[in-house]
Design a protein around this ligand. Structure first.
Ligand code: SAM
Length: 278
């Protein structure tokens, strides 16, 4: 067989539920690869059959031996090596980064055949802002480690994307409500499969809903960014100005309060003059 693909590493995105989402280019690559590095040969055998491929598979994880990784990198010099995950895009909460790192360090040709990823699909379904997002992946399962992980990201002004499982969902949503505040959230399940579902609500409502009925299937939780801090009311503004004016000249006091409360300096200066004359 003469391959139309040059030797190297091909990062191949597979479906996340619906086999028809395998791209034609990915299917062709899987038919022509010299070897397909996979997480689980039984899972990937199904996809290879669907693609009409009978190419050999080799189990690969980031904790595979250095020796196996070195062998694969060696093979990329003259052969087409495909990297495939059980679902979706390799390296996204899946193995592969060490293989890519070593292949690039060795000067091998490395390319990606893009396709589905549950994180991006869920984000598009969530109805939450998509301009800035943080992919968090799986939270730790132990309570303290989970709380610490949430604390670390509580102030990030971005939509947050988590991978979750049904049995842990309600406890995770409750921990998120406690640490992140009661934000708008979407629980997105079974994307591209028969029982696909997106349920929106506040974190606390969703925690109660799923405590009563833990859901089946694969899940992504998308949590909206923290709300804008409410502007300070007039009383707080005047109190801050009075306090600053007791220490500073009027213009400096207005400048300090403008910075502290995020208000317009000139408007504050005018208000400070009024207060001074009272
Ligand atoms: N590499 C994959 C990707 O690109 O999305 C993710 C692999 S990670 C080990 C598996 C997790 O992805 C699942 O536990 C679930 O949180 C999420 N996931 C995968 N397929 C999904 C689907 N069809 N619907 C919702 N979530 C899915």
């Amino acid at each position: 067989m003469v391959s139309k693909f040059e030797p190297g590493l091909y990062i191949v995105a597979g479906p996340i539920g619906n086999l028809s989402d395998l791209t034609p280019r990915a299917a062709e690559l899987l038919r022509q690869a010299d070897v397909v590095a996979v997480e689980d040969t039984r899972v990937s055998a199904k996809l290879l059959r669907h693609a009409g491929s009978a190419r050999p598979m080799i189990p690969y994880h980031d904790h595979s031996s250095e020796q196996l990784r070195a062998q694969l990198v060696d093979r990329m010099a003259g052969e087409v090596v495909a990297l495939l995950s059980d679902a979706g895009t390799p390296l996204i909460s899946d193995p592969g980064y060490k293989l890519v790192r070593d292949a690039r360090a060795a000067g091998r040709y490395v390319t990606s055949l893009p396709g589905p990823s549950a994180a991006i699909a869920a984000l598009t379904l969530s109805g939450l802002p998509t301009d800035r997002f943080l992919f968090v992946g799986f939270l730790p399962s132990k309570e303290k480690a989970r709380a610490d992980a949430l604390e670390e990201i509580a102030n990030i002004r971005a939509t947050l994307v988590f991978y979750e499982s049904g049995p842990r969902l309600s406890a995770s949503l409750a921990a998120m409500a406690g640490r992140l505040g009661d934000r708008d959230t979407a629980v997105v399940r079974e994307i591209s499969k028969a029982f696909e579902e997106t349920v929106s609500g506040r974190l606390s409502e969703l925690a109660v809903r799923y405590a009563e009925a833990p859901p089946k299937g694969e899940i992504v939780v998308v949590v909206g960014p923290p709300g804008e801090a409410p502007p300070p009311n007039e009383e707080d503004r005047d109190a801050a100005l009075r306090e600053a004016m007791a220490r500073l000249p009027v213009s400096k006091a207005a400048g300090e309060v403008a910075k502290k409360l995020g208000l317009d300096r000139r408007a504050l200066y005018a208000r400070a003059l009024e207060l001074k004359d009272e």
